[in-house]
Design a protein around this ligand. Structure first.
Ligand code: ADP
Length: 502
């Protein structure tokens, strides 16, 4: 049992690094956040600089401690949660990355590397043993790309000089000054290399992808000893890690089978706890490790939507028709006239439940009175429609209808979106007081890992901020949704297969 007063969660997201301070009764006391550079070297490629990720993460951690904590000894533990799948490969002798981090959204491997795996007949094995599908989204083909394309990487890897990590692993390695090379089961389960039945790296897949086993971190339960961070003469233990979506599932306390949460960040990710037995989705969803405590592994079915809040960023940075994300609410509420504009933000293909890498975005239903405000509104609504697409698949897998939806993530601050979500689903949408469920989950794991809390203690921490009840007539919701389906269909297979082969 620790004497510390605080837990710090490091929340390394796709667009920003955050550090969040919680006290021992689960109250959120402070947040620091810093955006970092998004690198787009070519169409479909997305990279981050791993050093910048580390620097921004360390900066926000230090600032949080400086502003809120009198003595670092008061920090009982650190938990980490992170953008998943994003891949870093570094030289263990110099500590330098051999290439930028290849981000989960990056589709560069969809042709060559993914096709190689399909041709090798690995698809059924991957599905059965990792719960995933062959897609550029996951880390495995990104590692392949680095080994195939970065000068000298293959030789160094074969020599045992290179290490691979998802972002949690990279941060742990940096925080512990190179002493610990580890990950947790939830992050491991997104690599395409981890057997989620045996909880081991899978030799058959490592061979299939030509990735040396010694590049891989040790995979551990999500609440465990991940080493220590030395700061101002204090050694602070790192005792919790989970990928962002699994951390949110834990933060939202979806501990029983059938419980579902949806996180609205850069992408939208819906996860349903399916209990202790690994089961494959029959409706184009993924199976993944939920949160793996040492004696309590639970599996989850997941629907991943690639572009949600990212489409709002596109309104801001690409189209420049909003100045800030929150402004989108006001503009959506100001629209008049044509109410049936549909934005399908398939910027880099579509994720669940469509899985079409060759889809591209489009706007439908334009009329002469369509204004930029309608496009803003339709972009917000696209998050709600995509969520409904995934809920329908999840309900089929669960064999029952969802009664409420628990939400979290940056974009749920938008009341227009939340109301529209309740309307289109025709079920209540529950927004918790702390919408940083991701950080909350990492803090809970760290608290459990350092002996401060037990899972049962967490229930009293959950507080609701708002419940959005459906107001739209069901018929109207149905009509809008069927239009949406039509719009999605028209964006699919936009890129011809032979074009995609180039
Ligand atoms: P991530 O962890 O993926 O970086 P966050 O949970 O921080 O994402 O959410 C940020 C995303 O949410 C951004 O893509 C942003 O465009 C979107 N967002 C933030 N606030 C709002 C808002 N008020 N309305 C709509 N979208 C928002």
């Amino acid at each position: 049992m620790t004497e510390g007063k605080y837990i710090i969660a490091l929340d390394q997201g796709t667009t920003s690094s955050r550090a969040v301070l919680f006290d021992t009764s689960g109250e959120l006391l402070g947040i620091e956040q810093k955006e970092f550079t998004q690198i787009f070297p070519q169409a479909g490629w997305v990279e981050h600089d791993p050093e910048e990720i580390w620097e921004t993460q360390l900066d926000v951690l230090k600032k949080l401690v400086r502003d809120h904590v009198a003595d670092p000894k008061e920090i009982a533990a650190i938990g980490i949660t992170n953008q998943r799948e994003t891949t870093v490969v570094w030289d263990k002798n110099t500590g330098k990355p051999v290439y930028n981090a290849i981000v989960w959204q990056d589709t560069r491997t969809s042709n060559r590397q993914c096709r190689t795996l399909r041709k090798a007949g690995l698809e059924p094995y991957i599905r059965e043993n990792t719960g995933l599908i062959i897609d550029s989204y996951f880390s495995g083909t990104k590692i392949m790309w680095i080994l195939e394309n970065v000068d000298g990487a293959r030789g160094k890897a074969d020599n045992g000089d290179l290490l691979f990590g998802t972002i949690d692993t990279w941060l742990v390695w940096k925080l512990t000054e190179g002493k610990v090379h580890a990950t947790d089961y939830s992050n491991a389960s997104r690599t395409l290399l981890f057997n989620i039945k045996t909880l081991q790296w899978d030799d058959h897949l490592l061979e299939g992808l030509a990735i040396p086993r010694n590049m891989l971190p040790e995979a551990k339960p999500s609440a465990a000893d991940f080493g220590e961070f030395s700061y101002r003469n204090t050694r602070i233990p790192i005792t919790g890690i989970a990928g962002d979506q699994q951390a949110a599932l834990f933060g939202q306390q979806c501990f029983s089978p059938g419980m579902v949460k949806n996180t609205y960040g850069t992408g939208c990710f819906m996860l349903m706890n399916i209990g202790k037995t690994m089961r494959l989705s029959e409706n184009n969803l993924l199976t993944t490790i939920g949160v793996g405590l040492a004696d309590d592994i639970s599996y989850a079915i997941e629907g991943s939507i690639f572009n949600a809040g990212a489409a709002v960023q596109w309104l801001r940075d690409g189209l420049k028709i909003i100045k800030s994300a929150p402004e989108s609410k006001k503009l959506a509420e100001e629209t008049k006239g044509n109410d049936e504009i549909f934005v399908v933000p398939a910027f880099a293909g579509l994720g669940a439940p469509y899985w079409d890498e060759n889809a591209r975005g489009a706007i439908f239903g334009l009329t002469r009175d369509t204004s930029y405000k309608h496009i803003v509104k339709a972009t917000l609504e696209s998050m709600a429609y995509q969520t409904k697409d995934v809920i329908i698949a999840i309900e089929k897998d669960a064999g029952k209808e969802l009664l409420t939806l628990k939400v979290d993530g940056g974009a749920v601050a938008n009341d227009y979106l939340m109301q529209f979500q309740a309307d289109i689903l025709q079920v209540p949408v529950e927004r918790p007081e702390i919408i940083e469920s991701t950080a909350q989950g990492a803090a809970y794991l760290a608290g459990i890992g350092c002996g401060l809390w037990k899972k049962e203690d967490l229930e009293k921490f959950r507080k609701l901020n708002a419940v959005f009840e459906p107001e739209m007539p069901a018929e109207r919701a149905e009509k809008l949704y069927s239009r949406w389906k039509k719009a999605v269909e028209r964006t699919m297979n936009w890129i011809d297969e032979d074009e995609a082969e180039d």
